[in-house]
Structures are given as C-alpha cells and as structure tokens.
Design a protein around this ligand. Structure first.
Ligand SMILES: Cc1cc2nc3c(=O)[nH]c(=O)nc-3n(C[C@H](O)[C@H](O)[C@H](O)COP(=O)(O)O)c2cc1C
Ligand code: SF4
Ligand code: SF4
Length: 263
C-alpha cells in the first residue's frame, strides 16, 4: 500500500500529544502532514478520509480512559477502511483502558488500526515544586516516536491490503470508570489583565472573560491548559484536594516509564 497523505488528528490541551503525533508523522514521511486539531470545539461537520489516507490519531489519558470531549470530537471522523495509527499519551502513571478504547472507537468510525503506541507526556498536574514526568516527551521519546513512525511506514508499504490486519493492545472491556463529575476549576488571581488567553485555550468553553474571569466549574475537565497558557501565571489551582493529587503523583510516579509500541 502506498501512503498518499498523512493526517494527524489530536486532542491535546497541554500540547504533549501534539508533539508525539508530529514526531511519529516525521518518521513516516519527512514531507509535511496535515494537523486537524480537535482540542477546541471548532469542528461541527463530519471529517471524511479515504482509503489512500493514513491517519495518526492521539489523545491524552484521563483517569485511564480517553477524555470524554476527545471521544465526542473523534466521532466526527469518518474513515473508509482508512489505515490509522492509534496513540495515547499519559503522565507516567498508567494508560489502563485508553488505548483499547481508542482502538474500538476508530474501528466504529470506519478505520483500520495498523499500529498503536502509548507515550509519556509531562503530567497536566505537574508543577515546578512537584514535577511529574517533567519535560516528557524528551529527546529520547521523540527519537522513539520517529523510529516508530518509520516502522509503521515500512509495515504499511509491505501490506497488499488491510484485509485481516489487526493489532492487539492492552486494556479491559468493559472499561474502568472514567473521570467523575467535576465541581472545581482553576481560578484567576490578581493581577489578571483580562487578556482572555485562558478562555481561548479552554477545550470546553468553561471560561468567560468580561469585567471579570468567570469559570463554570461543572464544565472544567481539569486539563490545565488555562493554567499553562496564562502569560502572567495568575491562573492557578487553589483546590487543596486537587493539589494533593499532584503531590501524590510526584511521589508515586517518579520512576520514568518507557513508550510502548504495538505494531
Ligand atoms: C484530568 C486528568 C486525568 C489524567 N489521568 C491520567 C491517568 O490516568 N494516567 C496518567 O498516567 N496520566 C494522566 N493524566 C496526565 C495526562 O495524560 C498527560 O499529562 C498527558 O501528557 C496530557 O496530554 P496533553 O499535553 O496532550 O494535554 C491526566 C491528566 C488530566 C488532566
Ligand atoms: S490568561 Fe491569565 S491574565 Fe489572561 S485573562 Fe486568563 S487568568 Fe487573566
Ligand atoms: S477551565 Fe478547566 S477545562 Fe478549561 S482550560 Fe482550565 S482546566 Fe481546562
């Protein structure tokens, strides 16, 4: 099979998944690939792919599952027996059922998974004081992702057709429970300039900036995109229980994990 066009599709509030997808694509073909960013609620129409496309699709792991908004948005994708590389990026704890969930989802949407991978990204809750997987994906993750992309391209090139192509990935079905309902969100402290950057990166539209910054906590998925992107570093997590999770992850997930590849 010939690769005619490489498409990257991702949900990536803090950017680590996006980086991994770019690195895999660069290994598959040094020519430019297209990125369809589904992090923000901007895609209303179905996005269709043909049998001459290859899609590399990725999302972070939230509570061992895919983020619900990633699932919702990926349901807009329609494959036509289109080969797909499935990727999850997790914060050095575990990826549990997320890769299996992604495999099932893409098959339901008309794609054929040819390879899969779980990479490590700096945990969304990581802070300077309590880092978790700090700096991941690092240069060795990037090299691994690129080599994985090269291996995937070789595999696709040797396939006559996709009939009978299957991959095994870890995970259980029924899946574990995902994120529980949320009632807390980051807050904006003085001297907030009301610049609106936090609202512009929020994947769920939870933030409104007018005379003040108002956050609808029930919409917050705790992705930390607003915290990371605030140019004045005044968007912060105040909730003690949330901060305690970060401290626990720092202690319990200190040993670096390695990417896992499923070709
Ligand atoms: C709400 C939430 C839940 C998470 N759950 C997990 C998890 O179960 N296991 C894990 O290792 N990392 C977990 N993470 C960390 C992310 O998977 C990780 O930081 C990932 O690199 C973020 O991807 P992004 O940069 O593309 O947003 C979680 C992050 C968030 C925000
Ligand atoms: S990004 Fe920071 S400074 Fe700008 S509105 Fe949000 S909290 Fe305020
Ligand atoms: S308000 Fe919540 S969902 Fe929106 S960017 Fe901030 S952490 Fe993410």
């Amino acid at each position: 099979m010939n690769i005619k066009k490489i498409n990257r599709v991702g949900f990536s509030p803090t950017g680590t998944t996006k980086t991994v997808l770019e690195s895999i694509a660069s290994g598959m073909d040094s020519k430019a690939s297209t990125f369809i960013d589904m992090t923000l609620p901007t895609h209303d129409e179905a996005i269709c792919f043909g049998s001459e496309d290859v899609v590399i699709i990725g999302a972070p792991v939230y509570a061992g599952r895919l983020p619900v908004h990633a699932v919702e948005r990926f349901r807009k994708l329609k494959g036509e027996h289109t080969p797909v590389v499935i990727v999850v990026v997790y914060g050095n704890r575990e990826f549990e059922d997320a890769l299996l969930e992604l495999k099932h989802l893409v098959i339901e949407q008309g794609f054929v998974p040819v390879s899969g991978a779980a990479f490590i990204g700096e945990h969304s809750f990581s802070t300077v004081e309590f880092p978790v997987a700090q700096g991941r994906p690092d240069s060795s993750d990037i090299a691994c992702a690129k080599a994985f992309g090269e291996a995937v391209a070789r595999k696709i090139a040797t396939l006559e057709s996709l009939v009978g192509v299957e991959i095994d990935v870890p995970g259980n079905f029924p899946y574990k429970n995902g994120m529980p309902a949320n009632s807390v969100a980051p807050v904006s402290m003085a001297p907030c300039t009301l610049c609106g950057v936090c609202a512009s990166v929020c994947p769920t539209g939870a933030i409104e900036v007018g005379d003040d910054v108002v956050t609808e906590a029930s919409l917050c998925i705790r992705c930390c995109a607003c915290v990371r992107s605030c140019p004045h570093e005044v968007r912060v997590i105040e909730d003690e229980a949330w901060k305690a999770i970060g401290v626990r992850l720092h202690t319990n997930c200190a040993t670096p994990k390695m990417p896992q590849l499923f070709c």
